[in-house]
Design a protein around this ligand. Structure first.
Ligand code: ZN
Length: 140
């Protein structure tokens, strides 16, 4: 017997919403930020800022994006991969994502925000990630 309050379709929508907020890569960055002493100084997913940055260091006027290599078209092996089916569709979709990322970055810069973009493929080395975050936080 099923006692889920959601229908299967609703349930998967809920799970998607949860996942978009707390995917593995973002958790890694949150952990690294805590390790750099920023635990209480960042906020997640500020919807009032262009592009809804994954992390916002409000007092410092700095934002961090964590981008999936495939979805945001990173210049790496994973980012270069394209599904064989509907290749044109995916290429157009990823190009649109990249364009939107650029527009968000420009809008944030216009508001005086410094931006750090972290790619999924760069997160494996925890020490390197922490060092990068420290540099970003300390930069004026
Ligand atoms: Zn990558």
């Amino acid at each position: 017997m099923r006692n889920d309050v959601f229908s299967p379709a609703q349930r998967s929508a809920v799970m998607r919403a949860v996942k978009s907020r707390d995917t593995g890569p973002e958790r890694l960055v949150a952990k690294a930020l805590c390790a750099t002493g920023m635990r209480r100084r960042y906020r997640r997913c500020r919807v009032d800022l262009p592009g809804k940055p994954d992390f916002t260091l409000g007092a410092l006027h700095k934002v961090i994006f964590v981008h999936g290599c495939f979805w945001h078209g990173h210049d790496c092996r994973r980012g270069a991969r394209r599904p064989k089916r509907n290749a044109a569709y995916w290429s157009a979709k990823i190009a649109a994502n990249r364009k939107r990322d650029r527009e968000h970055a420009q809008a944030l810069a216009a508001r005086g925000y410094a931006i750090l973009t972290l790619w999924e493929c760069e997160l494996r080395d925890a020490a390197a990630l922490q060092a990068r975050l420290r540099r970003f936080v300390a930069a004026i």
